[in-house]
Design a protein around this ligand. Structure first.
Ligand code: LUZ
Ligand code: MOS
Length: 677
């Protein structure tokens, strides 16, 4: 919990001051003197790699033979990319509140995406059983991955104080402390090599990823894996060799952030394609579309593409906003405007849904039907603004055929639902929704069998019964037996009105020894068209529109899903264009406040975000066939980088712009006049 002998990064907790109030704590802090001997500091992942400093064994996914394929290529392009970190900037900082309870136990209210992770860590720090640690989560003011693994420290500090002093304790960092002490999105340094035949078809792709992991493993090894899973994005590439190294540096341990390594991998292949297209003198979108994958394509990790919507989304977008016509209009605008230049880009996405660690794809739920017909439900899902609570209530209300008003969702609590996976990987609604569905169906089966009795039908009639509109229906005809009556009578006959549901995603598996398997329940697809206007005197830009065709499956809540897409797009634009996490050579965070770290504001939001729902059946492994929506839209933001880059090229075709993100206004201004001045 605290540094021992060596401090590995600036911001690592060294000691814990317990005081009755903030002022007293600060006074005590002033009295402390620490003597430390400086050690060498590494902040760059390539340097860490050269010194053999790794957080976990390196990984390599291979399909076909890239060496043989490159020998056959007509065109080969090689280069390097950099993508930066990203501060989560959840509105509510990290924090926990703990108090002692009976039987030498402790209860913790934690701002965590992973209640069980906090419970496990606290039990270990206190040296007690997990059954002596209760974690309760009402909701979070945002998580974005930052509280998947990094909430545990704050929970442990609060719990330690409560456990030892037998008094309530609260541990909540100030915003600037939170920014300095916690890890962020992993920055990546990458090398790519891409080869094409004479018809511009990709024959081979090779990439090496140097992940900046920070000072401890945290989730970086899992993030590294997802980078490899998404390294080829939506493209049909027969020969692939991608290698990834998780490099240990002296920065706060970097961690999960919406997309979880996927965006970092996709940025590299999109850079490689853009590099190739510009060198070949063709539109990047022509090259992208030509190489789009389809059903039957085998990813480098062995999963075969099914129910592919990649070209369906792309082509529908092209139908609604014809790209060639748009280019013609933009050309006219650019001829008529000397200091404003417009450009656009296309960003297709394919994101795998499931925790890549197969065992984490499990969930449980607890349902009680009370004697008055009201319902209480508990799941392992944590609400952090993504709307999962609403979706859980929808699941229960639908299966019982009752108004959502009759359903109450309890807090997420480790004594009601144990051994939870964190709310992460976009999989929370699917996993917990399916577990909840299992519990609801156990109860409805009992109730419908009982209803057949009450209505004086035979057991063979049970399949004709349904619960709808707060009543029992037979063969699509409403009966006079209401839900409330049914429940009350069932109780009087001593029926079990509670159930525990369980779900483990079927079909998925992965063998790390050969790096092959079927790790994802399904994939989510979509394409974004991003149009930008660049102010070539100032280096600033505004996004005219982000137009998207997205594969929601069969959405169970349109408003929530639209909200997730809009938020993801804006957060992705922030990562790619504005947000610059800066450490000095000593590993001190310089961008530790909103005055030095620029996040999207109302002016940075695209003037229009137009979301089109692709018409599809949805997927059976998605709850109510409504596909996971949390992370995929973030990657549309990558399109913003390429749109801005294209606009610079219109003004200054000679500009030599490295594939480095974020492409901040400062960098844009330099590129606009380089090498002109
Ligand atoms: N967390 C995790 C995640 O532990 N495993 C994952 O595969 C994942 N994917 C996305 C976001 N968080
Ligand atoms: Mo996450 S990056 O789904 O905690």
């Amino acid at each position: 919990m605290l540094a021992d002998h060596e401090v590995h990064f600036r911001g690592q907790p060294i000691l814990l001051i317990v005081a009755e109030n903030d002022d007293a704590a600060h006074e005590a802090y002033q009295l402390i003197q620490i003597q430390m001997e400086p050690l060498p500091i590494i902040t760059d992942p390539r340097e860490a790699f050269a010194q053999g400093k790794l957080l976990s064994p390196s990984r390599k996914f291979v399909m076909g033979n890239v060496d043989e394929a490159f020998a056959q290529c007509t065109y080969i392009f090689e280069g390097q990319t950099e993508s930066g970190g990203q501060e989560h900037l959840y509105l509510e900082t990290q924090g926990a509140y703990a108090y002692p309870t009976e039987h030498n136990s402790v209860r913790i209210h934690s701002s965590t995406q992973g209640p069980t992770a906090v419970q496990r860590t606290v039990a270990r720090v206190l040296g007690v059983g997990m059954n002596q640690v209760e974690v309760d989560v009402a909701r979070l003011g945002g998580g974005f991955g930052g509280k998947e693994d990094q909430a545990s420290g704050w929970g442990a500090m609060a719990a330690l104080v409560a456990f030892v002093l037998k008094k309530p304790a609260k541990c909540v960092p100030h915003r600037m402390e939170d920014m300095r002490m916690t890890g962020k999105r992993n920055p990546y340094s990458s090398d790519y090599k891409i080869g094409f035949d004479a018809n511009h078809r990709i024959l081979a792709y090779q990439a090496t990823f140097y992940q900046n992991g920070g000072a401890a493993a945290d989730l970086s090894p899992a993030i590294l894996e997802r980078t490899l899973f998404h390294a080829t994005n939506t493209y049909h590439i027969p020969n692939v060799q991608v290698t990834a190294h998780s490099c240990k540096t002296n920065l706060p341990p970097n961690t999960a952030f919406r997309g979880f390594g996927g965006p970092q991998g996709m940025f590299v292949i999109e850079s490689a394609l853009d590099h190739a297209a510009k060198s070949l003198g063709i539109a990047t979108y022509t090259l992208q579309r030509k190489n789009m994958m389809g059903n039957g394509y085998e990813f480098s990790y062995g999963q075969v593409v099914e129910q592919c919507q990649a070209t369906a989304c792309w082509d529908e977008l092209n139908k609604q906003y014809p790209f060639d016509e748009l280019q013609t209009q933009i050309n006219t605008f650019n001829q008529q405007n000397r200091y404003y230049k417009k450009a656009f880009s296309l960003m297709p996405i394919c994101f795998g849904i499931s925790f890549t660690n197969t065992l984490m794809n499990q969930a449980r739920a607890l349902v009680h039907v009370y004697t008055d017909g009201s319902v209480g439900i508990s799941t392992g899902a944590v609400e952090m603004g993504q709307g999962v609570n609403t979706k859980m209530v929808q699941v229960a209300a639908h299966h019982f055929g009752i108004d959502t008003r009759l359903v109450k969702l309890e807090t997420t609590n480790t004594t009601r639902v144990a051994n939870t996976s964190p709310s992460a990987a976009s999989a929370t609604a699917d996993l917990n929704g399916k577990a909840l569905e299992d519990a609801c169906l156990q109860i409805t089966q009992r109730l419908l069998a009982f209803a057949a009795d009450v209505l004086q039908l035979t057991p063979t009639d049970i399949p004709k019964l349904a619960l709808k509109n707060n009543t029992v229906w037979v063969d699509d005809r409403q009966t006079t037996l209401t839900w409330a009556d049914l429940v009350r009578q069932a109780y009087m006959k001593r029926l079990n009105l509670s159930a525990k549901g369980h779900y483990a995603t079927p079909l998925i598996h992965f063998d790390k020894t050969i790096e092959k398997g079927h790790p994802f329940a399904y994939h989510v697809y979509g394409t974004a068209l991003t149009i930008v206007t660049l102010d070539c005197l100032r280096g600033t830009y505004t996004f005219d529109a982000v137009n998207v065709v997205h594969d929601f499956g069969s959405t169970m809540n349109r408003q929530i899903d639209i909200g997730q897409c809009e938020g993801g797009i804006v957060q992705g634009i922030g990562w790619m264009t504005l947000e610059d996490v800066v450490y000095n050579a000593d590993g001190r965070l310089l961008s530790n406040a909103l005055s030095t770290y620029k996040i999207p504001d109302v002016y940075a939001v695209p003037e229009q975000i137009n979301l089109h729902f692709l018409q599809t059946e949805g997927h059976d492994l998605a709850i109510f066939k409504s596909k996971a929506v949390g992370e995929p839209p973030l990657m549309y933001g990558i399109g913003a980088y390429f749109a801005v880059r294209n606009a610079i090229k219109v003004f200054n075709p000679q500009a030599n712009i490295p594939y480095n993100a974020p492409i901040t206004p400062e960098k844009v201004l330099m590129a606009l006049y380089n090498p002109l001045v």
